[in-house]
Design a protein around this ligand. Structure first.
Ligand SMILES: [Zn+2]
Length: 206
């Protein structure tokens, strides 16, 4: 039997063979109660984004600082935001999505050219359960929150989806192709596994 806590939303799931009786499953869960409670207590808290909140951009924390600028801009470790804006949260999310789109399209162009295949439409979402996807028509979806991760992590996710243009599965050919396209990806995958959920703690919606 295996017990899992989703790093994204704290959902607990248990997998057990059909023949295991329910009371054994319950006993197993009770036995793991301490572990479960500890896991859940470590889930990131929600942090509403507003003036002076620090959010990561390219893996580095940037303070959102009201300023006399007309449009949001990055200045060293700050995100300068027009001081008169009534809705800093909406303002920031629009800016972050723009940054994400630019970077993701740039990476997709780069990897698609290298692999020698065209891609379809790129859409950005705030998906909770996946960082990217690619369908059989070559349309790709990405989480715009990837722009908050270190640049190599965003590159990895884009290279991963671009590789699906060639292999619509996770066969060993897929992973070999991805390795020749991107290089060694263990570190980026580990980063996502260990830190990916932390990108979801920033609350961009009211
Ligand atoms: Zn995949």
């Amino acid at each position: 039997m295996t017990l899992r806590v989703s790093a994204l939303d704290g959902r607990v799931s248990i997998t057990a063979p059909n023949r295991v009786p329910m009371h054994d499953i319950e006993a197993f869960v009770r036995e793991k109660e301490g572990w479960l409670r500890e896991k859940i207590s470590k889930m990131p808290e929600q942090l509403p984004v507003t003036f002076y909140t620090a959010i990561p951009i390219h893996g580095v924390l940037h303070d959102i600082v009201p300023s006399t600028v007309n449009k949001m801009e990055i200045y060293t470790n700050q995100l300068l935001i027009p001081q008169k804006t009534k809705n800093p949260r909406a303002y920031t999310v629009a800016f972050v999505k723009l940054l994400a789109r630019d970077q993701i399209v740039k990476e997709a162009d780069f990897y698609a050219k290298r692999i020698g295949l065209p891609y379809g439409k790129i859409s950005l979402r705030d998906a909770k359960s996946r960082w990217g996807s690619c369908n059989d028509r070559g349309a790709m979806m990405f989480s715009w929150r990837l722009i908050m991760a270190p640049p190599k992590v965003l590159s990895y996710v884009v290279a991963h989806e671009v590789t699906h243009l060639k292999h619509m599965n996770h066969s060993s050919q897929f992973w070999n192709e991805l390795c020749s396209l991107f290089g060694d990806y263990d570190e980026e995958r580990r980063w996502l596994r260990e830190n990916g959920a932390s990108l979801h703690k920033y609350k961009f919606k009211d």
